[in-house]
Design a protein around this ligand. Structure first.
Ligand SMILES: Cc1cc2nc3c(=O)[nH]c(=O)nc-3n(C[C@H](O)[C@H](O)[C@H](O)COP(=O)(O)OP(=O)(O)OC[C@H]3O[C@@H](n4cnc5c(N)ncnc54)[C@H](O)[C@@H]3O)c2cc1C
Length: 368
């Protein structure tokens, strides 16, 4: 029987050492199992705290493991794109145990070691079993050709890719991708279209300041290039069944999954309002396209929102969530939220303050 309380206490003791923990973990892993180095990006800065923090958090919560089994299975399937094999899991487990022992100091006991080992084996087996099962019906990754690269402004590109072989996803999910311009650095992007018969996928990418992958995708990628794409993940933003009103609140490229959802809703229309915000009208990089969509769909309204409308582009001034609430679009509606983390958090608080029930607010938790 694993003592989950003891694991959690031990994990908080270890995690208090901050950045030292992932540094020690990766040094141990790469020294003892050099073959695992190729699974990780060349630039480890963004990666540093991801794996070890997730492992520590998940493994020490082994008492609630049933709740996260679907997530672990999705992670296991997704990790096939890194070239992660069943044989790599023990190497990661050994490095994790060595790291925990190192930072636990005198608190490390054979009983704690046994608990961590059992909990890690449970997590690793769940992931590896799901990965093995997936190998029978879906590729580990797709090599997708860039068929169009439409640079809308300095910061934003609309990129159309063709994965060749069928890549199943639902509107509102995201796919991770990797470019040879930034080897092994994977980032997530949300398809901006519902699945098409020709299989092509439209992605909206905004270059973030100093961003390793987004800047390359916006500035350097060209038609004819190949992107490696992983399986679709996430269910937070997928369409909830029903026939009631929908309110969509988006910031920047957060409009991408909303556009995909709108295309899905078109098959069984429901009254839908999209409030889409940017600092200035220039940031509303596909407004013409969204307005054209609304002109053809009497169930859809598109409301552009900006901080300042200096040149009279016909946008509303204010935050999208504030305006949607003020216009009565959120009461009784399923509300979908997507955009920069700060905007999502502020919108969520505003909606809650306006009495929108939490179960009606759908968003991808930051860092998901
Ligand atoms: C579920 C999900 C879906 C996403 N969908 C999209 C999408 O459709 N379009 C899109 O453009 N992006 C999307 N993102 C964000 C995307 O995955 C990358 O995080 C983003 O492109 C930055 O990657 P990078 O390698 O350029 O930056 P990094 O090199 O990873 O980070 C560089 C610096 O930028 C900061 N930073 C990272 N991401 C952001 C951000 N989003 N905004 C502001 N600062 C940031 C980091 O803290 C760091 O300081 C999505 C993220 C998630 C989790």
């Amino acid at each position: 029987m694993i003592d989950a309380d003891r694991l959690k206490k031990n994990w908080s003791l270890v995690a208090a050492h901050g950045n030292q923990v992932p540094l020690y973990f990766y040094s141990t892993l790469f020294l003892t199992h050099p073959e695992t180095r190729d699974l990780f990006p060349m630039n480890m800065a963004a990666q540093r705290d991801k794996l070890v923090t997730a492992l520590g958090a998940v493994v020490s919560n082994v008492d609630t493991i049933d709740a996260v089994v679907p997530t672990l299975q999705a992670l296991g399937r997704d990790h096939r794109k890194f070239g992660a094999l069943r044989g790599h899991y023990p190497a990661v487990g050994e490095a994790l145990l060595a790291t925990l022992e190192h930072f636990s100091g005198p608190h490390w006991t054979p009983a704690i070691a046994a608990d961590w080992t059992a909990a890690y084996e449970l997590v690793a087996a769940t992931m590896a079993d799901a990965a093995d099962a997936a190998a029978h019906y879906t590729p580990s990754w797709w090599d997708a050709e860039v068929v169009a690269h439409d640079r809308r402004d300095l910061e934003t590109a609309v990129i159309t890719i063709d994965p060749g072989t069928r890549l199943d996803y639902l509107a509102g999910q995201s796919v991770s991708l990797c470019t040879s311009l930034r080897p092994r650095a994977w980032r997530q992007y949300s398809p901006a279209n519902a699945p098409r018969t020709d299989g092509t996928i439209e992605l909206h990418v905004r270059a973030v300041d100093g961003g390793e992958v987004s800047t390359a995708l916006v500035s350097l990628l060209r038609p004819g290039d190949t992107l490696r794409v992983g399986p679709a993940t996430g269910t937070a933003l997928t369409l909830r069944p029903g026939s009631g009103r929908i309110a969509m609140i988006a910031g920047g490229t957060g409009v991408a999954p909303m556009k995909a959802l709108i295309e899905q809703v078109a098959a069984a229309p429901r009254p839908t309002s999209l409030y889409w915000g940017a600092r200035s009208p220039a940031g509303l990089y596909c407004l013409d396209q969204m307005r054209a969509l609304a002109a053809h769909c009497d169930w859809l309204e598109v409301v552009p929102c900006v901080d300042e409308d200096l040149f009279g582009a016909g946008a509303r001034v204010g935050a999208p969530a504030d305006l949607a609430v003020a216009h009565g679009r959120c009461s009784g509606a399923d509300v979908y939220l997507c955009g920069p983390a700060g905007m999502v958090e502020a919108s969520r608080k505003h909606l809650a303050g306006a009495g929108v029930p939490p179960e009606a607010i759908h968003f991808e938790p930051s860092g998901a």
